[in-house]
Design a protein. Structure first.
Length: 120
């Protein structure tokens, strides 16, 4: 079990680095699109990010943000113990900050890690 947790944390760290690296090269305007309940253009703010706490269910997190983000990685089988999924959201950043984003990693439906870069 400890080895699985280490693997998941390593995967989360790698995915976060990739998200950060890819987000920094993107051109994003500071006028983020309005949220859509369909989840296609869900944008997160720093205030929403700060409301979210480890241990929350995925539903609680999605309700705060207004929908699901883009799936960045999955490990294990859905509905089986240890299933882990990471979602990434584009973020509303400060003027001049390109690539603002946040990601959330859930294991067995509960938030186990969150990270953000440049959210306003």
């Amino acid at each position: 079990m400890r080895r699985l947790i280490k693997i998941i944390l390593l995967g989360t760290a790698i995915a976060t680095g990739l998200i950060f690296a890819s987000g920094c090269s993107a051109t994003i305007t500071t006028d983020a699109p309005a949220k859509e309940k369909s989840g296609k253009s869900v944008v997160i703010t720093k205030a929403e990010f700060d409301k979210i706490q480890n241990g929350m269910t995925s539903k609680q997190v999605f309700d705060i943000i207004g929908g699901k983000g883009e799936v960045m990685s999955e490990a294990g089988e859905k509905d089986k113990p240890g299933y882990t999924i990471m979602y990434m959201y584009k973020g509303k950043g400060a003027a001049g900050v390109a690539g603002a984003n946040a990601n959330f990693t859930f294991q067995d439906g509960k938030l186990m890690a969150k990270a953000q870069v440049g959210l306003k």
